[in-house]
Structures are given as C-alpha cells and as structure tokens.
Ligand binder design. Structure first.
Ligand SMILES: CC(C)(COP(=O)(O)OP(=O)(O)OC[C@H]1O[C@@H](n2cnc3c(N)ncnc32)[C@H](O)[C@@H]1OP(=O)(O)O)[C@@H](O)C(=O)NCCC(=O)NCCS
Length: 212
C-alpha cells in the first residue's frame, strides 16, 4: 500500500484545496506528450504490461495477482481518487497503441506530499532515458500538482531506480518497510526531496547550461 513520506508536513487549507484541484485537472501529457489518464479501456493493456515480472516485479503497490478484475478495480479506484485529488494513474501508448509504460502518483494533499511508482515495458528498459523521464515526472509533481515533498521507495536491489532517483537529487534516508497489498512487507530503500531543493537544482542547472 502506498505510504506517505516519513517527514510529515501540514498543508494549509488553501494549499490542500489547490493540490486537490491540480490533481483533478492536470494533464499527464505535460509529463509525456502521449500519456493519458488510465480508464476502463486500458485494463487489458495494463494486464499485459504488468504481467511481465520485469515490469511489475520491483513495484510494491500494485494489486496481485495481476488479473483483469483486480486491475479493473485498481483503475476504477484510481479514477475515484483522482476526483478526490489523491491519485493519478496514467498510461503511455506506443505508436501501435500498445501500453508501453504506466505511472501512478499518490498524493496526500493534507500533507502537501506525493509518491511515484511506474514502469516501462521491458523492451523500453535500459534506454538510458530513465533519469530524463523520471525528472519530467518529478517536475510535474512539484510544479504542476504543487506538492512540497516527494518520498520515493525502491526495492533494495533496484539499482536502476536508485540511480535515477539520486540523479534527480533526492536525499537517501535509509530503509523503510513497504506494506504489500497481500498483507506482507518488503524492505525498501527510501528517499525524499523538497520542492525548494527541486527548484534550486533546476535553477542552478539552468545557470550552468546558460554558461555553456
Ligand atoms: C526504472 C526504469 C523506469 C528506469 O528506466 P531505464 O530506461 O531502464 O533506465 P536507464 O537505462 O536510463 O538506467 C538508469 C540508470 O541506471 C544505471 N544502471 C543500469 N543498470 C544498472 C545496474 N545493474 N547497476 C547500477 N546501475 C545501473 C544506468 O547506467 C543509468 O544510469 P546513468 O543514467 O547514470 O547512465 C525502468 O528500468 C523500469 O521500468 N524498470 C522496471 C520497473 C521499476 O523498477 N520501476 C521503478 C520502481 S521504484
């Protein structure tokens, strides 16, 4: 089950309302031009995508076992949570219309905080683009949804994710136990980043690129 960041912020009522409204209305095409909110028509594609252990194996917060009924309920729940301003489940089709990636952003508006999970289809992994793709998602969470804190987890042996997360400037904060939907738990590496740090890094990298 998705868990809020270890650091507990408190949003003002105005901030909380603005985040909820942003989650309801934000366009995932700002992350990737072809990305869209997952709906019932995406259930078979999501089942195909997530049935590959190379895709879903490292992810703790998806329903298991993966079948149309569970994925359908997850899509429906995510749409309800989007209306409440608390989650966004997106899919990215390839040029043949097959789902090539998904992402799920969980938001705690009252804590001005969010978490991200997602995966690329196996043939798109090891693209060398992991850091750039993740950075677009982090920018969307901080700058479009407007949260002040993002917490991320990765399985202990998920070296690619760790690399991508640290390339974005997240601070390693040791380990935490992630609760699995079946009631079990998984040891995870854990990172956090504040919006202030995100914006500072973005400003400094712009200064660097302006110099060159
Ligand atoms: C995580 C994921 C999105 C990354 O995208 P990707 O295109 O595969 O990533 P990249 O090829 O850009 O590799 C990411 C980094 O890991 C490095 N890397 C790859 N294999 C590695 C390994 N075995 N050990 C250490 N680093 C490794 C790459 O060199 C790259 O670092 P660099 O940008 O400094 O060169 C993708 O692999 C994926 O969907 N994985 C399955 C699901 C998953 O793990 N989701 C995240 C859950 S937290």
């Amino acid at each position: 089950m998705s868990a809020p960041p270890v650091t507990a912020l408190t949003a003002t009522p105005e901030e909380e309302a603005a985040i909820r409204q942003a989650v309801r209305t934000a366009d995932p095409a700002l992350i990737t031009p072809t990305a869209r909110i997952a709906t019932a028509k995406d259930i078979p594609g999501l089942v195909d995508l997530l049935s590959d252990p190379l895709v879903s194996g490292p992810i703790y917060d998806i329903p298991r076992p993966i079948d149309p009924a569970r994925i359908g309920a997850w899509v429906a729940r995510s749409l309800r949570l989007r209306q409440a301003g608390e989650a966004l489940l997106t899919v990215t089709p390839d040029d043949r219309g097959q789902i090539a990636a998904y992402s799920r952003i969980t938001v705690w508006p009252e804590r001005s905080s969010a978490e991200l999970a997602g995966a690329q289809r196996a043939d798109r992994q090891n693209s060398g683009q992991g850091a750039a793709g993740a950075a677009r998602s982090f920018g969307f969470m901080f700058e479009v949804l407007g949260v002040r804190l993002v917490g991320l987890t990765a399985a202990i042996d998920n070296f690619r994710s760790a690399r991508v997360i640290e390339a974005a400037g997240f601070t390693p904060m040791g380990e935490r136990l992630s609760q699995l939907p079946d009631g079990g738990a998984r040891r995870s590496l854990y990172w956090e980043m504040t919006r202030e740090d995100w914006l500072t890094r973005r400003r400094l990298s712009k200064v660097d690129s302006d110099k060159t």
